[in-house]
Write a protein of this length. Structure first.
Length: 347
């Protein structure tokens, strides 16, 4: 079958961390043996004004694309932004898959409501978690039968895996990792508070603690204050294939996000057998199991966050982070997509 994958962003060499899940989905669709073409924007400028300009040109691109009709499946990401442009151009005999990633239902604006009017009962929906399936069904009154759970692009277990560590080396050192970006919605203020509080945590745990932080996000300027500190390591943005090294050089991943439809960063760390400390909200409790794969803390509560960090440091050998990761694997996602596409062929 011929598939057209549509999204307003795609990773580039200069911004490899942008929309990595879209590239993963693209690769997975190709692995199903079908022809996959892209209709995307590669500008990826993050400034608000230029993002608006980029969106305008992407809308023009969507309007003047004349080959929608040659595809068997139209695979749409960010339907809420441009569904009103696409739906009228899709024929009734074409299959439509809408992939929801999480932010689409958080703040519903006028343009989103306009797009939602163009949703059809025949459209198939893919969501990343049970949490988001329930949210989508209740918010837009979509039938459960039309919603399939699939963890975005999944985790490639051939890349993200446990690297052997010599436990005798630096047994007194604990490395905390943060890879979510210096953003308010990712709980970055808890990270800065933690950095200022490291001496107290070191006294409590009798461990030497280092923080590894990936340097991107709109609040990244705050990291300048910590670059001179010996136990804070600021790391340039990494491409996906370099991320396993980041996780495996950490002992614990910090994931204090405020909202997550899935959280691939956390799942990738779990695949590398790194326990995750995450917020007790949205999709995170589906895979962060207290005492087993990591610990959950109260959203936005620094005392709870700090207590969870101390608990994991003091009981590090009790955790088995990668024990349930197979259900979130890339192979599982490919299997799901093969099933979806084969079922559409039969219709």
């Amino acid at each position: 079958m011929k598939i057209l994958l549509i999204n307003n962003r795609f990773p580039t060499e200069k911004k490899p961390h942008v929309a990595t899940f879209i590239k993963s989905i693209y690769n997975i669709l190709k692995e199903t043996g079908n022809q996959v073409d892209l209709l995307i924007s590669r500008r990826n400028r993050l400034d608000r004004f230029f993002k608006t300009i980029d969106s305008f040109f992407f809308y023009i691109q969507l309007l003047f694309f004349n080959n929608y009709f040659i595809y068997d499946i139209i695979y749409i990401n960010r339907f809420n932004y441009f569904g009103f442009l696409l739906s009228p151009r899709i024929k009734n005999n074409q299959h439509v898959i809408i992939h929801w990633h999480g932010s689409e239902l958080r703040r519903i604006k006028l343009l989103n409501r306009l797009s939602f009017l163009f949703l059809k009962s025949t459209y198939l929906h893919i969501v990343p978690s049970l949490y988001f399936k329930n949210l989508l069904a209740s918010t837009l009154m979509i039938s459960d039968k039309q919603i399939i759970i699939s963890p975005s692009g999944g985790v490639d277990l051939n890349i993200f895996r446990d690297k052997f560590k010599n436990n005798e080396e630096d047994s007194n050192k604990i490395v905390l990792g943060f890879a979510s970006g210096a953003k308010k919605e990712k709980g970055f203020h808890l990270i800065t508070q933690l950095i200022r509080d490291l001496n107290d945590i070191q006294d409590i745990t009798s461990k030497s603690i280092q923080c590894n932080i990936i340097d991107y996000g709109e609040m990244r300027n705050e990291l300048i204050n910590f670059k001179s500190e010996s136990n804070i390591r600021i790391i340039e943005p990494l491409n996906k294939r370099s991320m396993p090294d980041f996780y495996n050089n950490c002992d614990i991943l910090l994931f204090p996000t405020y909202h997550e439809s899935l959280g691939l960063v956390a799942l990738e760390a779990l695949a590398c057998n790194i326990p995750v400390i995450g917020t007790n909200c949205t999709a995170l409790p589906e895979y962060i199991i207290p005492g087993k794969t990591g610990e959950l803390f109260i959203k936005g509560d620094y005392k709870s966050f700090k207590a969870s960090i101390i608990k994991v440091i003091n009981n590090s050998t009790d955790y088995l982070p990668n024990q349930n990761i197979d259900s979130y694997s890339k192979d599982k996602v490919v299997e799901t997509y093969n099933h979806i596409i084969n079922s559409l062929k039969e219709k």
